[in-house]
Design a protein around this ligand. Structure first.
Ligand code: 2F8
Ligand code: CA
Length: 201
């Protein structure tokens, strides 16, 4: 990575952390305002003890979130709301790739938006994604058990095809120049992979 790109990444990271912090402060201020206005309309003393306890809990929650964000940025994950993504720099089989993601507290990437599809294509690499028809031939499922919908998929023209009647049970991004870039491949092939960790809805 160039110095310029690295400093841009650093600035972007700072901007995300500062914006997140400001948002939380605003939210806390709005909470106080709302609570005070409720109390004054009820014409009784606010329960300051409860308010402070609540704010302390919110503060602790914010600290936990910030340190999680910090950890993921340091480890080189990329944030695209609501998930962090990890792009491998080595190649493994589909299952080994999935195991790597699971060890990182994540799973192989599930693509369920156009933004995610564009995000996955931009690396211009053969990458495993989290779909397979290993359980039942022709029934494609994401790693969270949900179906790969025919109404929302990016299979390349003619795919998935279990090419030459070989077992092609794992999904990859292959034709990355094309929006419809998915292909089915034998799961033991070595590819790069993308892990996804959902952090906020
Ligand atoms: O290596 C298997 C792979 O081979 C071809 O792509 C190069 C097939 N594509 C077509 O037949 C268009 C893939 O479907 C197949 O997975
Ligand atoms: Ca194929």
């Amino acid at each position: 990575m160039t110095l310029d790109a690295s400093s841009r990444k650093e600035k972007l990271y700072r901007l995300v952390v500062v914006s997140f912090g400001l948002l939380c402060i605003l939210q806390a201020a709005a909470n106080i305002g709302l609570r005070l206005s409720l109390y004054s309309s009820n014409a009784r003393m606010p329960d300051f003890e409860a308010i402070i306890k609540n704010l302390t809990e919110e503060g602790e929650d914010l600290k936990r979130k910030l340190s999680l964000f910090d950890r993921y940025f340091q480890e080189g994950w990329v944030y695209l709301r609501p998930s962090f993504y990890y792009i491998s720099s080595s190649e493994k089989s589909w299952q080994e790739s999935r195991d790597d993601c699971l060890q990182r507290g994540a799973d192989l990437m599930i693509i369920n938006s156009k933004e995610e599809q564009e995000f996955a294509r931009q690396f211009k690499r053969l990458t495993w994604i989290g779909c397979t028809d290993r359980e039942t031939e022709g029934v494609w499922k994401w790693v969270d058990g949900t179906a790969v919908k025919t109404s929302f998929s990016y299979w390349h023209n003619g795919e998935p095809n279990s090419y030459q009647s070989k077992e092609e049970d794992c999904g990859e991004i292959k034709y990355y120049e094309d929006e419809n870039s998915w292909n089915d491949e034998p799961c033991n092939k070595k590819n790069f992979w993308i892990c996804e960790k959902v952090v906020a809805q």
